[in-house]
Design a binder for this molecule. Sequence first.
Ligand code: SF4
Ligand code: SF4
Length: 204
Amino acid sequence: MRLPKVRELIEAIKALIKGPYTSKFPKEAHVAHPNFRGQPKFNSDKCLGCLACEEVCPVNAIGHEDIVDDKNNPRRVMIHYTDTCIFCGQCEAACISDHQGIKLSNDWELSFFDRKAALETIEKELVLCEACSQPIACRDHLNWISAKIGELTYASPTLFLARLKSLGIIDENIISGVKDQGRSDRVKILCARCRRATTLTTKE
Ligand code: SF4
Ligand code: SF4
């Protein structure tokens, strides 16, 4: 008979003292190691809707849709496709919101019958150009830029108007009531294209 090696004996004694290495899954839920790379999860309070994570994801597991909801509110829907994700962590590493907008969890039990369950979504308030209605950025992202650049915010009407609206200091209707395409349009929340058009126009 072949005698057990010393290493195997040590392992056997350890198993007797500490119990088995494996858990009785699925009877008992398995708790993954804290450093396990599992399902990335958005944090809607921290996410700015900036799309940096979508840009760096190597397998296009993050996407977005810009929509106007039933109550006429523009929203950006951030989408994570669990069935495509390879759990590389690039999204968390690139997140401009102190790596808190999306974070890898240790959630590993990801099987599902319905493919729709593979989607995780969050919604962010979107700011549209007041001239052409194209998306500019999420409101939280504009406020984040304002906080970063401080008083330089006042060099950009889009930034300072978005900031003042977030603070509830100005009335939406006062700004949106000005319809002409003249120089008064400069004091509006505009996308880069409309900003250029209104700056170059000479119409009063
Ligand atoms: S963990 Fe990697 S693959 Fe998954 S969403 Fe993030 S960047 Fe994309
Ligand atoms: S704040 Fe972070 S999680 Fe949100 S869109 Fe930007 S990079 Fe992605």
